[in-house]
Structures are given as structure tokens and as C-alpha cells.
Design a protein around this ligand. Structure first.
Ligand code: DGP
Length: 119
């Protein structure tokens, strides 16, 4: 599977689609999910072209992967959700119900999130 440059998050990274930005640096972008499933629902994406969590952890360096997850944790602290808690999700591939083929982490918070898996 090759990376699709026309996926929604690639367009957001190129500023061809709008976003509500939470955080950005040289390597990552965090923005609000367009269809929030919790009072706080943020997406964090690497700027590199990785299709999925599997692609990212296979093909990005350990340093890039490590920095990415450090920043996910830092974002959670900075927006004030770490104390009450939150959930991170990486839907991956077909059975994981991944819709957008650019690796992303969901950060969901702001209420008791209930069971881990629905259905
Ligand atoms: P997933 O199923 O894990 O691939 O989640 C994709 C998420 O992306 C889903 O929660 C909705 C969100 N999303 C889709 N299109 C857009 C968009 O144009 N802007 C933003 N901010 N989020 C989007």
C-alpha cells in the first residue's frame, strides 16, 4: 500500500483544508477532530507520510516514534486533561476501522469514557 497524498490529513498538512490547531512543531500537528466523540477530542499526526500506526512504528526511526509519543503526552498535560485522565486511540487498518490513511492518534477526554470497545 502506498501513501495517498490526497488523504484528508495530507490536505490539512498542506493547508488545503482548514483545521482548528492545538499544537504544531517541525514534526507533528495536533488539531480538533471534526466529529468529536468526547468533550475533548484531538488528533495528533506526524508530518511525515505514514499510512498507519503499523507503518509509523515500522518505518520511522525509534527517535521519531519516541518524540511523537512524548509530545502526545505533553499535549495532554498542556491542555489540562492529564489529571482527570484521557484515552489515546490509534485505529489501525481495516479491522481497526481506520478511515483516514495518515497515521493519527486520537486523544479523548472530558468525561468518563466508558467501556474500551463498543459493539
Ligand atoms: P479514524 O477512524 O481513526 O481514521 O479517524 C478519523 C478521524 O478524522 C475521525 O474521528 C473524523 C476525523 N476527520 C475526518 N475528516 C476530518 C477533517 O476534515 N477535519 C478534522 N479536523 N477531522 C476530520
Amino acid at each position: 500500500m502506498t501513501y495517498d497524498n490526497e488523504n484528508i490529513f495530507a490536505k490539512i498538512l498542506r493547508s488545503e483544508l482548514p483545521k482548528s490547531k492545538v499544537f504544531e512543531d517541525a514534526e507533528i500537528l495536533a488539531f480538533h477532530d471534526i466529529s468529536p466523540q468526547a468533550p475533548t477530542h484531538i488528533l495528533v499526526i506526524p508530518k511525515g507520510e505514514y499510512i498507519s500506526f503499523d507503518d509509523f512504528t515500522t518505518n520511522a526511526s525509534d527517535e521519531v516514534v519516541g518524540r511523537f509519543f512524548s509530545r502526545v503526552g505533553k499535549i495532554a498535560q498542556d491542555i489540562g486533561i492529564a489529571e482527570n485522565g484521557y484515552r489515546i486511540i490509534a485505529n489501525t487498518g481495516n479491522d481497526g476501522c481506520q478511515e483516514v490513511p495518515h497515521f493519527h492518534i486520537h486523544i479523548c477526554a472530558g468525561k468518563k469514557l466508558g467501556r474500551m470497545l463498543a459493539d
